[in-house]
Design a protein around this ligand. Structure first.
Ligand SMILES: [Zn+2]
Ligand SMILES: [Zn+2]
Length: 269
């Protein structure tokens, strides 16, 4: 029972049209496909959909819902950045994500390029990573309170370049305490966290977001998880999905959340 609700198309920074993605989803036997175009961030023209494009995106996904209604469940969602203005549109779900650290009028991207991370650390944090992680965690918590997204996107996105750039010691007890406290707070508020495979699909990370050590903690906390591929290219729509189901089983998760034919459902593992 494979589905994916974190999918980017040519309406934002994805490589394929929504219809090509639906065709691939059918070929791969997905039961449901959710589109999650990037929300509009006026300070960053790279990934976000302008309000005009949002209108076209919504119309196209609605059209595909009608055309493919008897073959696959298609959902109209958005990946809402914390620093985007919240709209009042009727999305079927929202993934809430933090992609930037904000300082005054400046936005520092977390996942754009390794140089940005180093520039941010030097400019804002005297080269130290833990204060940056602390601020990021605060932003994720704040996002949950203000946005109430259905899903929290790529929790530890700041790890994206760490496997090659080594700016963070993930075994540091202070780091583990900081992020585990944040995760515990989120879990106790009942959030749904994604296990995001996008960093792995693109060859940046060896582990999903959140990392395996954080997943171990989340298992003890009885967290609710949904696997997503953060797909930007159709062939990766189901990237590493079955392996990640096996990982969650191995870590002792009794169940996970899947987007099915009638919305989110809990399935045993
Ligand atoms: Zn994202
Ligand atoms: Zn995404």
């Amino acid at each position: 029972m494979i589905s994916n609700i974190h999918t980017h198309s040519t309406f934002c920074d994805g490589h394929d049209t929504p219809e090509a993605l639906v065709q691939t989803a059918l070929d791969k036997g997905l039961i449901a496909l959710g589109f999650s175009g990037h929300s509009y961030t006026p300070f960053d023209s790279y990934a976000g959909m302008t309000p005009e494009i949002v209108t076209l995106y919504r119309a196209e996904v609605r059209r595909l819902q009608r055309v493919y209604a008897d073959r696959i469940s298609i959902y109209l969602g958005i990946e809402q950045d914390l620093d985007s203005d919240l709209d009042d549109l009727d999305w079927e779900y929202r993934i809430g994500s933090v992609h930037f650290i904000k300082r005054g009028p400046s936005y520092y991207p977390i996942d754009a390029h390794p140089d940005n991370i180093h520039e941010m650390l030097d400019t804002l944090y005297d080269g130290q990573i833990l204060p940056m992680v602390e601020e990021y965690c605060g932003r994720v918590l704040g996002m949950f309170e203000t946005m109430r997204p259905d899903i929290i996107g790529h929790f530890d996105l700041y790890r994206k370049f760490n496997d090659k750039q080594h700016y963070l010691d993930e075994t540091d007890a202070r780091y583990q305490d900081l992020v585990c406290d944040t995760l515990q707070t989120l879990v106790r508020k009942g959030v749904l966290l994604e296990v995001n495979l996008g960093g792995m699909a693109n060859g940046y990370t060896l582990e999903p977001y959140p990392s395996v050590s954080l997943l171990r903690f989340l298992q003890k906390e009885k967290a609710r998880l949904i696997i997503t591929t953060d797909c930007h290219r159709a062939p990766y729509l189901d990237y590493h999905y079955n392996e990640t189901v096996a990982l969650l089983q191995q870590l002792g998760f009794p169940s996970m959340v899947v987007m099915g034919r009638n919305g989110f459902e809990e399935v045993p593992l």
